[in-house]
Design a binder for this molecule. Sequence first.
Ligand code: SF4
Length: 502
Amino acid sequence: MQFPGRRRKLNTNSVQGELYEHLLQFYGQPPIENISLTEFETLAVERLKLLKTVENVGISHVKVSEEYKKKLDSEFKNLNFPNKEVDDRIVQSEYDKRRKDHISHFILRLAYCQTEDLRRWFIQQEVDIFRYRFNDLKPKHKLEFLHRNDLQYGTIGAEEKQTLMDKLVNSSYAGSGTKVEDQDIYKVPFQDALDLVRTRKVYLKAGYVYIPHQDIVTIVLNDFRTRLSKAMALTARSLPIVHSDERLQPLLSHLSHAYVGQDYSIQKNVGKISLDQIDSLSGKSFPLCMRQLHQSLREHHHLRHGGRMQYGLFLKGIGLSLEQALQFWRSEFIRGKVDADKFDKQYAYSIRHMFGKEGRRADYTPYSCMKVILSNMPSQGDYHGCPFRHSDPELLKQKLQFYKVSPSGISQILELVKGMHYQLACQKYFELTHNVEDANFSLNHPNQYFIESQRLLGGGGKDLKREVETPQKTKPAAAAPELTAKDVPEIMEDLDSFFQDA
Ligand code: SF4
């Protein structure tokens, strides 16, 4: 138990202690201490929040700009993650932050090594964190870091610098805008800087390249990315062992699909829309994924399971009551190949289930963008998924043309899709279809899209009977030391609340 205000003695003689003496690390040394499942979950969720924040800040700011740095400074502070190197011996609070940084990184490695998409996303955010921290180090701390990690790059002396000055100024990428004489110049074996050599950004002589201080980050980042990629591949190999632990498996698999943000579940919104409004709302305020599902339902009078879940939960989130949902799905299905009797026997149960009225009575929450994008890939005949992620670009273009998005808007969206910024592409679609320059929110959830749209179009929900509310209370995550396989659905549900309330 910890007591407020009391300080534990820093054990910096241990391996971990030594590690935490430095802000920056390549995460080569896994944590070796025992932690409780509750702490495991908490740390994982906190890092996930950090990664999502870094992603959002990176989307809205130029990554090496001063605004980007300032924004991250304040976000790291808010989320209580370390971002500054200290000259003196570290205090307990800093030690705790570094410990959290270290352990949480390794937990998310486990969760995010499972597929290529997840790995790519995780590595990108971690590289951005690394770059931000490295760039902020003082030169002496940078050198310290390089030497500690066997990157034995020295800086050249004043005399050598003077001799090479012309060459450095003429050949260095940074030379054109920055005074070379004011910078440290690193002398690095050329094979460690192939990117810079290939792009002719550095002076090369006798097997060494001369790299201005501000460009050394390129090398270190490459190294970090390579190490992390390899480590993720290795971690993926040990997944079967991790998955055989029935306490960890559901936690990890949920973490990889977890959405950190508000809860868009139904409780506060029931009865706020009428069934007659759905057609018009789908054109005005539904994100493309839901618009596509609605259109397909109206056309084919049927949706497969994946589509029914994604769309059904979304509708539940925007305010359909169970009775309305039953009426909505029933009236549509019986217009197709399903008669009323078959609907009542086969489909009504799953709708009641979705509302927590059947089975184990879990109240399912609407899917986040991350969940839609990363899980349950649609196949032929499916209409669920995220059109920005799962549609062929040509098909997406046709859809956007059909929805009257301007040619220049379509190009911007396709460009974002090409860069795999699916949520950003969706946000651009929002801006274009709502005629606003800046959406002013970071899209994470289809129901968030709906709420923001309603807010904009109706000045707080003109189309709805009352304004949709979202804030949630935090519910503690379940510590589950006694978990068994049969408890998995329950803990997943608890985790749903935990993540969405966080
Ligand atoms: S980004 Fe999210 S809201 Fe937009 S289409 Fe994809 S899943 Fe739907």
